[in-house]
Design a protein around this ligand. Structure first.
Ligand code: ASP
Length: 580
């Protein structure tokens, strides 16, 4: 028997028992005639004691153990005189009578502690050791819990888990595909799925009216901090549903997960239109943990001689509660923040509504007492508040203000990780005009249906059509999105037409789906959640990497495997690929 208990479970009730534990040597201390070792496994840490006076050779053996050696020990549990209240097992210790070294370890390249001294690259290279550290270990455990609760809920709601292929066909829509050469079909390639979108729709045509899959998806995009080339989705689809049915089912899923995993009851999710989200928060994924909504100030600021505002399409302000005391330095830092190239604003105007009722702004030259007061009034500001104003064309000014709002919200402590502020965003535009290619793109994807009343406009005024699509947003994170789909051939053809596909192109790429719509396709709709992001959100972090056992680094590499890598000439030849 290599263990009778784990290193996390022994308590004062076990005193007097003889036990066997196995695990890794976390740390050892020699104090006079005694040696203490912290033994660690997945479940916790237990203190081992070796006594020179009782068993000198055993104690000598213990003194030779290095960090991360794998050992098995047997002995008796005693109560500790010097209790450690930080450890669940801190009331007891194990007086070791037998010690077996199961395997040695080289000195680890970084410390296996909650706070490690290892840099990112080193820890990625030795990921298997990094995963021994308690914070990462508990992230992986959290991921497991969320996986299980997802399956439990969807199963209880009658969803079937169905797998779809990983080797599929490349399509030019959406992001770039990862492709896989086919040996048996020279010069031909599979693509890895960006999502199982068309398959899940075909499953609806097959009559599996509630489908889900926890599925790996692949997108060959430029990487950002919270992106991985392969990531996991909770992918779902339902038949005979309208928008409200989908929203309530998946609001239920997220409530179930947060309740069972964290014990929080979430309130009903409010529904916000895309237009309102953009006007009030400057983004389609607003962080609604705090207000600080945008107020348009064109009427109260234009025509008073300040050229910058006069020439702007929009003048927009936010009110930072209680921040009138901000110093020159703090205000300069905010100005620098919005001028960073990623944000690209030209400047920032501030207006302080002081506690004593006076006002002071960075543009007093143009706005006298009354004009400043009028702005405060428009902003609903109170004494002690700070008003921050930007201007420009709508998209750019709102974008910049959205970033500033988050920055100020963070500084004022309004983005509390223990609070969840969920919402649905609906009524997105169906199509987005792309100036570069001079054509429309589907904002969600080409299978999304127009809002029920808007279908007629698809041909006459495509840009004005709203999509029957929805995103779930929590704390400024877009957790999932989906739509009610097109299920009629004619409308799908109109959609492809609006997207600039010729009939032949549509047929070549999506003929299988158009064909299926002619054999009894039911009305259907669905959603997909970014699973890694969901787990990271619940874990209180923005880095999805920390919740994936073996992630890629920021350049899309697996530094442990050293992938991607070159392949042999043999392999290339077999695939019929001639590299220059
Ligand atoms: N397949 C879509 C996506 O990956 C989600 C959906 O519409 O269900 O974004």
């Amino acid at each position: 028997m290599l263990r009778s208990h784990t290193c996390g479970e022994l308590r004062p009730g076990d005193v007097g028992n003889s036990v066997t534990l196995s695990g890794w040597v976390q740390k050892s201390r020699d104090l006079g005639g005694m040696t203490f070792i912290d033994l660690r496994d997945r479940y916790g840490i237990t203190q081992l004691v070796f006594n020179m006076d009782v068993n000198a050779s055993l104690c000598e053996k213990a003194r030779k153990l290095g960090r991360e050696f794998v050992i098995s020990v047997s002995g008796n549990i005693v109560e500790r005189s010097n209790k450690n209240t930080d450890l669940p097992t801190g009331d007891i210790e194990l007086i070791v009578e037998q010690l077996t070294v199961l395997n040695k370890s080289n000195t680890p390249p970084f410390t296996i502690e909650d706070e490690t001294d290892g840099g990112d690259d080193l820890r990625m290279k030795y990921r298997y050791m990094d995963l021994r550290r308690a914070p990462l270990k508990s992230n992986i455990e959290l991921r497991h819990r969320v996986l299980q609760e997802t399956r439990k809920y969807l199963d209880s709601e009658g969803f079937l888990e169905i797998e779809t292929p990983v080797l599929i066909k490349s399509t030019p829509e959406g992001a770039r595909d990862f492709v896989v050469p086919s040996r048996m079909n020279p010069n031909q390639f599979y693509a890895l799925p960006q999502s199982p979108q068309t398959f899940k729709q075909l499953l609806m045509v097959s009559g599996f009216d509630k489908y889900f899959q926890i599925v790996r998806c692949f997108r060959d995009e430029d990487l950002r901090a919270d992106r991985q080339p392969e990531f996991t989705q909770i992918d779902c689809e339902m038949s005979f549903v309208e928008r409200e049915d989908v929203l309530s089912t998946f609001e239920g899923l997220i409530k179930h997960i947060i309740k069972t995993v964290q014990g929080h009851d979430l309130p009903e999710f409010p529904i916000m239109t895309y237009a309102d989200a953009v006007a009030s928060y400057g983004t389609d994924k607003p962080d609604t943990r705090f207000e600080m909504k945008f107020v348009e100030l064109n009427a109260s600021t234009q025509g008073q001689g300040f050229n910058v505002f006069d020439g702007a399409e929009i003048v927009v302000g936010i009110c930072a509660k209680g921040a009138a005391e901000y110093s020159r330095k703090q205000l300069d830092a905010l100005t620098d923040f919005v001028k960073r190239p990623q944000i690209g604003a030209k400047g920032l105007v501030y207006l302080k509504y002081n506690q004593d009722g006076t006002t002071k702004s960075s543009v007093d030259k143009f706005y006298g007492d009354d004009a400043r007061m009028a702005i405060c009034k428009a902003m609903n500001a109170e004494p002690g508040d700070l008003v921050l104003i930007m201007s420009g064309d709508k998209a750019q000014a709102r974008n910049a203000m959205s970033a500033l709002r988050l920055e100020v919200g963070e500084a004022l402590g309004l983005r509390d990780k223990s609070i969840y502020a969920p919402l649905w965003v609906v009524d997105f535009p169906l199509l987005e005009w792309d100036e570069e290619t001079k054509r429309f793109h589907a904002m969600h994807h080409p299978f999304t249906s127009p809002n029920p009343g808007d279908a007629d406009k698809l041909q006459s005024d495509p840009g004005a059509v709203k999509a029957n699509a929805y995103d779930m947003v929590i704390n400024g994170v877009e957790l999932g999105g989906g739509s009610i789909r097109i299920h009629q051939r004619k409308m799908q053809e109109q959609m492809f037409d609006a997207l600039g596909f010729t009939k032949e192109e549509a047929e070549a790429q999506f003929g299988f789906l158009l064909g299926a719509f002619e054999y009894g396709a039911p009305p259907h709709g669905g959603i997909a959640f970014g699973f890694d992001r969901l787990v990271a959100l619940i874990g209180g972090s923005e880095t999805i990497r920390d919740y994936i056992a073996f992630p890629k680094n920021n350049s899309g590499r697996d530094v442990m495997l050293d992938a991607p890598s070159e392949i042999s000439t043999e392999q290339l030849k077999e695939l019929g690929i001639n590299l220059p």
